[in-house]
Design a protein around this ligand. Structure first.
Ligand code: B12
Ligand code: SF4
Length: 470
């Protein structure tokens, strides 16, 4: 069919759109895919736009009628992505052709067979500009007939240095996000934690975005705190990458936060003062368990030391904990964890239920050992027990998670954690603590574990098990 315009919609599905006050950060994935979109395909001009359901509300394929619907899918968004794909199948594009449906992101990367039941094309893993062009060109032809579903993946070696256009955030309204400014400087992580997909999808070696491009991306950011979303900002000794990025951030006078491994930060005494001097506002460290020591982790007294060294340099610390990591954990783990977070005076904490995310080693282990109790992908958000735990029931896990948040963001805990250091730390940490405390109360009011348990799926899509046998 002759067309004078190809319309592409990039959509980030979110089953809970509108349920929280603000989304945490805008999607770099959307911004990058938009920027990487070619201006024309086969001589036909392309018009592309982004719709992030968490901020923009539910997407309607029948109203938008794109030629190509591109869905970026995390596991929690998979059921919604499949629903949107089914709706798109039932309508025609603006030029009255068939809508080509493409899926990418971590869930289709982990379980392409499942995604291919709903999409014309699935893209596995990282998608540099050339691969994206190839997929879009293929999908643009889809209106001429029913295509054979196809799986695309990067052929040949992964690029050592990432070359790409400046992420295009023009679609994003900063007021919709808690931290609207996002920066991506590298991929890959050597630790290969069993619950994470970073090493498997992006490799064990840290591969940076070209430094001149990082400089360009920092210069293009709006005002406000910058969130660095690298899997692990301190992936390799001697941490040259982090040092180079700090120099860029300092040149541009930006305040920033990043996710990194506690062990690396603790081992190199120069890093915290260097971070602080370059504008580091805070760091996000995965502590995971107060009982199990993971390869990337520290002993409890070392965490205390690390947090106080950060505080001495004016850097705030968010510690992330996961319940159900060790087989020996029982119901006492919740109180013990919050007490630990209080004692080491964390500024912020995130608590999750150990979740075997598709793409991780834990997922394969859980499937093979028949530990999974809930196949509803929407529940794979770290806030629902979806697998069996030896000594904690699903009900107690729900209750324990909710209590942990309630206790940590109570006024009493805030006072204990934030008061002693006074001055700068209170000014920086209180407003976010109060905001997060409000968000926690809203979440507790709006969610009901018993209702969620009524939506448990006890059997998987057979394509999921086929994928593991491959
Ligand atoms: C930033 C981040 C977040 C942010 C923002 C997420 C977002 N919506 O953008 C925040 C903090 C909100 C977040 C929250 C969570 N996250 Co998170 N997060 C990440 C992180 C560190 C980086 C993602 C990113 O932007 N990467 C940069 C972009 C450029 O890469 P990309 O997304 O892979 O996209 C590339 C390709 O995949 C491809 N692609 C992607 N989509 C599409 C679509 C099409 C059509 C095409 C052609 C190509 C394509 O092209 C891109 C360019 O190469 C990843 C780790 C990782 N390495 O992916 C975890 C990760 C995505 N998060 C994860 C998890 C588990 C969560 C939480 C459940 C954690 C929790 N307990 O709260 C929540 C739930 C979020 C939700 N809405 O469901 C898991 C997801 C596992 C899974 N199977 O889904 C990951 C993979 C980390 C891990 N543990 O393995 N997260
Ligand atoms: S250190 Fe962090 S990014 Fe690296 S594998 Fe472990 S959880 Fe994933």
């Amino acid at each position: 069919m002759a067309r004078d315009l190809i319309r592409i919609d990039y959509v980030l599905p979110d089953p809970k759109s509108g349920s929280t006050r603000k989304a945490p950060i805008p999607s770099l994935t959307m911004a990058l895919l938009l920027a990487q979109t070619p201006a024309a395909l086969d001589g036909v001009p392309v018009q592309a736009s982004v719709h992030a359901e968490s901020a923009d509300g539910p997407y309607a394929p029948g109203l938008r009628r794109p030629d190509i619907l591109c869905l970026s899918v995390l596991t929690t968004g998979a059921p919604r992505a499949y629903e949107l794909a089914a709706q798109a199948r039932d309508c025609r594009s603006h030029s009255n052709g068939r809508i080509g449906i493409v899926m990418g992101g971590i869930h289709p990367t982990a379980l392409p067979q499942e995604a291919l039941r709903y999409a014309d094309a699935v893209v596995c893993g990282e998608t540099p500009p050339d691969l994206q062009r190839e997929v879009l060109a293929w999908a643009a032809d889809a209106p001429d007939g029913e295509p054979q579903p196809r799986r695309f993946a990067l052929e040949g070696p992964r690029p050592e240095v990432l070359q790409r256009p400046c992420p295009d955030f023009s679609w994003m309204r900063p007021r919709d996000y808690i931290l609207p400014q996002v920066l991506h400087t590298s991929v890959g992580c050597p630790y290969n934690c069993s619950f994470c997909t970073a090493t498997r999808v992006y490799g064990a070696r840290m591969r940076p975005v070209a430094y001149e491009l990082i400089e360009r991306d920092v210069a293009a950011l709006g005002r406000g705190l910058v969130t660095i979303i690298d899997d692990n900002f301190l992936a390799h000794k001697p941490y040259d990458h982090a040092r180079k990025v700090c120099a860029i951030l300092l040149r541009h006078q930006r305040q920033w936060v990043a996710e990194l491994t506690a062990r690396d930060l603790w081992q190199d005494p120069d890093l915290i003062p260097l971070f602080s001097a370059s504008g580091c506002y805070g760091v996000y460290i995965g502590i995971e368990s107060v009982r199990e020591k993971l390869p990337k982790g520290l002993h409890p007294h070392e965490y205390k030391d690390l947090v106080s060294r950060c505080h001495d340099s004016g850097v705030l610390v968010l510690g992330a904990f996961v319940f159900g990591v060790g087989e020996e954990e029982d119901e006492s783990i919740f109180e013990e964890t919050v007490r630990f977070a209080d004692t080491i005076a964390l500024d912020f904490a995130q608590f999750s239920v150990n979740t075997p995310e598709p793409g991780s080693r834990d997922f394969e282990h859980a499937v093979r050992h028949q530990l999974i109790t809930d196949w509803n992908w929407e529940h794979y958000d770290g806030a629902h027990p979806v697998r069996k735990f030896s000594r904690i029931s699903a009900e107690k896990m729900d209750e324990g998670l909710r209590n942990a948040y309630r206790w940590f963001y109570s006024l009493g805990s805030m006072r204990r954690r934030l008061w002693p250091l006074g001055g700068w730390r209170q000014a920086k940490a209180w407003p976010y603590n109060l905001y997060l405390g409000g968000t926690v109360r809203l979440w507790l009011r709006r969610t009901d574990p018993a209702e969620d348990r009524a939506r448990i799926l006890s059997a998987p899509d057979p394509a999921v098990l086929d994928a593991l046998d491959e």
